[in-house]
Design a binder for this molecule. Structure first.
Ligand SMILES: C[S@@+](CC[C@H](N)C(=O)[O-])C[C@H]1O[C@@H](n2cnc3c(N)ncnc32)[C@H](O)[C@@H]1O
Length: 436
């Protein structure tokens, strides 16, 4: 009986996350559900499935279903090939366009993979020219990643001099250097959803996506859709890095690129990746950007959509021009300021101005409040950051936890409340002094 209930709930979780569960994971889930059913006084799986709308419950359940296996410099041949053969090309291209090289580790677990990239970039002297986004579905792993404290086993592949240079030893643990920790932007993102590519969460216009040893745990039928989405996150010439044993079927629209002793995937040129995804609204004709202002009745909405589309395509400068025009003409002010803030994230003092204006225009804009707090943190103003996180936590907790915030797809009020709470608890977080 309990097994049947577990299977019904597992099927629901599989639909949301894309994961396929092993018998051991199902047993783990069963133990968890037995306890939850007793605490919540329920027996009907449908009641529990409704309860999973609450992000806190969802995250607790998902925590039982993911596999934690990672370490620094895992599969070094691929890191070495990336640093030697691909990163120099990306750096040259990015320099020409005056932008950073942007990398995404999807399914980053406790952070070893993105931090390895950051350490290698520091060693190559280009740390300040790259941005690393790292995402996972497991909040506990993300918290551990942000803390940046590792066991000896996790760092055993690193050479003694790298260990000495980038870590401080605390008892049996190794604490990663602050500048490397700050380099990686950790975020919650469920790969089973349709939240990428999106400029709003940083998953558009990327040079490389690393998704290693993650999709092996997914239902086979979901993998193709996710891979195609990854290719859409890449700018021209970008690559996808999978685990070294994860080979994709030959008839998928990807070309293998050998580099050193490793291989990467690139979208095949002749077959547009988007053709395989569910139909999306056709892009607006390009000339709209340079055409005179359309009639006022439709101008703000159309211009804003166009700005968002340009931003998603990695054309930040053009998107910013449209946003400034909207602001100048007094249209769509809140949204234009918010988008401009996102476009300026690399310059936190500029971004901050736009997020402040967004919040001034709409005090309930929780995503802008999150960015405000993060910008203050980046600028080293711990007190201001703590104040912003407290405001965010208070406002997010006052709304229904399952309420979806449309601008950041897939993020709910409950998740933002958790993010604020965790930020205030972080050892290096804005309330660190108070917590000591
Ligand atoms: C085995 S670890 C791989 C870690 C790292 N990429 C590496 O190769 O060392 C798999 C990670 O995928 C994450 N994961 C599983 N399902 C996910 C999903 N639907 N969305 C995002 N991350 C997911 C797990 O939480 C876990 O951290």
């Amino acid at each position: 009986m309990m097994r049947e209930r577990t299977e019904a709930i597992a099927a629901h979780l599989a639909k949301i996350t894309g994961l396929a569960f092993s018998p051991e994971q199902l047993s783990g889930l069963e133990d968890f559900l037995r306890k939850r059913f007793a605490i919540l006084h329920i027996s009907d799986p449908a009641v529990y499935i409704a309860r999973l709308e609450d992000p806190a419950e969802f995250l607790e359940a998902v925590d039982r279903l993911t596999v934690k296996e990672t370490f620094f410099y895992r599969h070094e041949a691929q890191f070495d090939a990336f640093m030697e053969h691909l990163l120099p090309v990306f750096l040259a291209g990015a320099a020409g366009e005056k932008r950073p090289v942007r990398l995404w580790c999807a399914g980053c677990c406790t952070g070893e993979e993105p931090y390895t990239l950051a350490i290698l970039a520091a060693e190559a002297g280009c740390l300040d020219r790259i941005e690393i986004l790292a995402t996972d579905i497991h909040k506990g792993y993300l918290e551990a990643a942000m803390a940046g404290v590792y066991s000896g086993r996790s760092v055993e592949k690193l050479s003694p001099d790298i260990l000495e240079k980038y870590f401080s030893k605390k008892g049996e643990s190794f604490r990663l250097r602050e500048d490397i920790r700050r380099k990686v932007d950790f975020k919650y993102l469920n790969l089973g959803g349709t939240f990428f590519p999106s400029f709003l969460n940083g998953t558009a216009g990327l040079d490389a996506v690393f998704c290693r040893n993650v999709l092996i745990y997914f239902e086979k039928a979901r993998v193709r859709e996710i891979i195609i989405r990854f290719t859409e996150c890449l700018r021209d010439g970008g690559v996808l890095a999978l685990g070294h044993s994860e080979m994709l079927p030959q008839d998928w629209p990807l070309a293998v690129q050998a580099a050193g002793e490793a291989f990467f995937y690139r979208p095949k040129k002749e077959e547009p990746a988007g053709a395989l995804l569910p139909p999306v609204e056709p892009a607006k004709p390009q000339k709209r950007i340079i055409s005179p202002a359309p009639p006022p009745a439709e101008a703000p909405g159309a211009l804003l959509l166009e700005a968002e589309r340009l931003a998603d395509a990695g054309r930040a400068a053009e998107a910013a021009v449209l946003c400034r025009r909207l602001i100048k003409e007094n249209y769509a002010l809140e949204k234009a300021h918010y988008l401009l803030g996102l476009l300026e994230l690399a310059r936190p003092e500029k971004a901050l101005e736009h997020f402040k204006k967004t919040v001034y225009l709409n005090s309930g804009h929780l995503q802008a409040r999150l960015h405000l707090a993060q910008c203050e943190e980046k600028l080293g103003r711990a007190g201001d950051a703590a104040r912003e996180y407290r405001n965010l936590g208070r406002l997010a907790a006052a709304r229904p936890p399952g309420e979806l915030l449309d601008a950041v797809e897939g993020i709910t009020c409950g998740m933002l409340a958790l993010i604020a709470e965790n930020a205030l608890k972080k050892p290096s977080g804005p309330d660190a002094e108070k917590n000591r």
